[in-house]
Design a protein around this ligand. Sequence first.
Ligand SMILES: NC(=O)c1ccc[n+]([C@@H]2O[C@H](COP(=O)([O-])OP(=O)(O)OC[C@H]3O[C@@H](n4cnc5c(N)ncnc54)[C@H](O)[C@@H]3O)[C@@H](O)[C@H]2O)c1
Length: 276
Amino acid sequence: MGAGIAECLAISGYEVVVRSRSPQTAEALLAGLEKSIDKQIAKGSLESSRKEEILSRCSATCDLAELSEVDIVIESVIEELETKRHLFNELDRVCGDQTILATNTSTLPVVEIAMATGRPERVCGMHFFNPAVRMPLVEIVRPITASDAIIEEVKNFAESCGKTPVVVPDRAGFIVNALLFPYLNNAVRLLEQGVATRDDIDLAMKGGCGFPMGPFALLDLIGLDTSLAILDTLYNEYKDPNYSPAPLLRRMVAAEMLGRKTHKGFYDYHDSHARS
Ligand SMILES: NC(=O)c1ccc[n+]([C@@H]2O[C@H](COP(=O)([O-])OP(=O)(O)OC[C@H]3O[C@@H](n4cnc5c(N)ncnc54)[C@H](O)[C@@H]3O)[C@@H](O)[C@H]2O)c1
């Protein structure tokens, strides 16, 4: 998600610093960004003449201190509350008072991330969708600690990136994942119960509901580890059985079958057979 968000902002004309924990992964993020721009050019959705100009606005670092002067940080690390709280605490120390700190969390309580900083009024969620370059929605998550002015500023910023912002309350799942994940979870249960095959379920939901991809292709795209973390948070908050993760999902994560990112999930991506 980090590389996709960076690409989206750079295409919109913003200077972007991509920060990762090692120089190698920071450079790999930039390489991924360039590959994605090449793909867009090949598909005709981006002018080839724009490539150099877009890339010239992007730089990579492994040093958090290089973010000290930025207007906004959009954090997109692993979906773990303690990891995000630790990072926001560090960001609060290195970033100037003017910096807005936003998280791309899918479900975690943004207020708890905000309270790890000394500037909770300048912290909110900016929930992009996958792939960030193509999906128009950004959920602007408003914790009870955020100021009206910051929410307005972040909403305007999302619009300036060509996105459709929707301000949502800070409750697990916000709007989209609160509705999407019972559907994805129940698709795994249908498969577990032997009601239908993976291919028939994906085919049925594409053909019957007009969805661009079926639930298993979507779970592989999101990542099964991220999906499990989302369901665990939703279940902990609401205790609704629809959010209780299907056992197969947990077993697949234990087996490191995480979807596209490990080349194996509900589908196998070792060959070039892309699912959509
Ligand atoms: N996958 C999606 O479809 C999607 C959509 C919207 C939002 N999100 C959210 O975006 C965030 C990232 O998800 P992703 O799908 O890109 O996951 P990912 O597994 O692809 O990437 C996670 C990144 O976090 C880094 N990381 C892991 N542990 C870390 C640590 N202790 N400290 C710092 N960095 C660490 C990893 O190196 C990796 O670069 C999550 O909060 C997720 O909920 C994901």
